[in-house]
Design a protein around this ligand. Sequence first.
Ligand code: TMP
Length: 247
Amino acid sequence: MPSSPTPQELLYEGKAKRVYRTADPQVYLCQYKDDATAFNAAKRGSIAGKGEVNCTVSSHLFTYLAQQGIRNHFLAQISPTEMRVKAVTILPIEVVIRNRAAGSLCKRLGLERGLPIEPPLLEFYYKNDALGDPLITHDHIRLLKLATPEQVHQMGSLALKINQLLRTFFRSCRLELIDFKLEFGLDPAGEILLVDEISPDTCRLWDLAGENTSEPRVLDKDLFRFDLGNAVAGYQEVLQRVVQQVE
Ligand code: TMP
């Protein structure tokens, strides 16, 4: 692994990571933490090894997506819990894609958990903790000037393309990608690129071995959110499957 640059000023500390400036103004350092929160931090805890799992899984997935032509902020993993990324301005929008009904979609629309969604559903949320990250429409995005209509269109089509690529990747790890959340940023030239992380914190992943059983075998943050089982073991299993698939 490349050596770790000395982190400088702490730019941002979120629920799951810290972002530092480095000596290079075009590079930030992301440190992934074991801290876990759910329901806008109403539930707090920690998942041992989560920082390492999320950093390593994200590094593998960003590398795979870059190979498939999806520009993203990833530069290099420099320790089990740290990666160097391109310095970008993050758009305050969370882009969610759903292939089956789960989580807040079931709650909002009364759908049965596990219902297949074809074609996949695309949603936008306003990244704003004080408001509880509300679901927003294109017109809300325009009203709040969060992004231009062209940027919203670009994020939507990139997210659908990333969904196809990630579904294929996870299928080869015997995992089904139920839904996931992406974030995008603007580079200094104003071009959109994929940022943040892609991990069991931000994806729902069910074991494909249990595909035809009534209760899915959950291997993601829902283990923590809803006390469904051993989150530490679930995260480690995702890590092992992703790393072995790539080797
Ligand atoms: P939801 O069903 O709770 O809306 O979540 C949809 C997907 O987005 C799920 O894979 C988890 C992910 N997600 C995040 O990564 N961060 C969040 O803050 C939330 C609410 C969901």
